[in-house]
Ligand binder design. Structure first.
Ligand code: GAR
Length: 221
């Protein structure tokens, strides 16, 4: 990390090995599955080194086990504070030495480990900064988009800071809202966009092509 004026600048080295990914989820784990499939198909040079779920019944845990990935269940209400919940997660995942922590439908506020600033990414099912923040997750986002009557939605991948959906944006992909869309049909097309841009953001990171300048992420060639 460098400091230029009052602006923090983060650059990342080119990884000359497979990228180690820790994945945090709360639900069905289709995002996790996307990464597992790309890695298996040789389309992403990486490894999912561990998975954390905030729910005991998350199907993402089954997907992780099917691939022999170590898992932790950390239910938020079993910890007095968000900081203690995050600390338990971080104590589990840091020994796996992840290069990146990926939030993949992780529905609780999370505090990244020290030294992992700008090494935690999230995917959000709208074009941030619109339709983000506390309470905006999954179908709630698509309902809000349709109720607002906007004509374009989409997907966003961003670095995670200490509040919901406010970290520097890495990639976005727009999706047109159709006249007859329901939250389900819109979600389907937005998730297809997520499946493109989330792995792409990870590739750019591992190629050392992301440069964070304050709140702006530049993609270098
Ligand atoms: C994803 O579509 C993602 O956009 C959303 O949760 C879904 C997870 O699905 N994330 C958020 O709403 C974050 N605010 P999955 O469990 O099948 O991967």
């Amino acid at each position: 990390m460098q400091q230029s004026g009052s602006e923090r600048v983060y650059t990342f080295p080119v990884l000359d090995r497979s990228i180690r990914l820790a994945v945090l989820l709360s639900g069905s784990g289709t995002t996790l599955q996307r990464f597992l499939d790309l890695i298996t198909a040789g389309q992403l040079c990486g490894e999912v080194c561990c998975v954390v779920s905030s729910r005991k019944d998350a199907y993402g845990l089954v997907r992780a086990s099917q691939h022999g990935v170590p898992t932790l269940i950390a239910v938020r209400k079993e910890y007095p504070t968000m900081e203690e919940h995050s600390a338990a997660i971080n104590d589990f995942l840091m020994p796996f030495q992840p290069d990146l922590i990926l939030l993949a439908g992780f529905m609780v506020l999370y505090c990244p480990p020290q030294g992992m600033e700008m090494r935690v990414m999230n995917v959000h099912p709208a074009l941030l900064p619109l339709f983000g923040g506390k309470g905006f997750y999954g179908h709630h986002v698509h309902e809000a988009v349709l109720n607002a009557g906007v004509k374009v939605s989409g997907a966003t991948v961003h670095f995670v800071d200490t509040t919901y959906d406010t970290g520097p944006i890495i990639l976005q992909k727009p999706v047109m809202v159709e006249e007859d869309d329901t939250p389900d049909t819109l979600a389907e097309r937005v998730q297809a966009a997520e499946r493109d841009i989330y792995p792409e953001a990870v590739r750019l990171f591992s190629q050392g092509r992301l440069r964070v300048e304050g709140h702006r992420v530049r993609i270098t060639s």
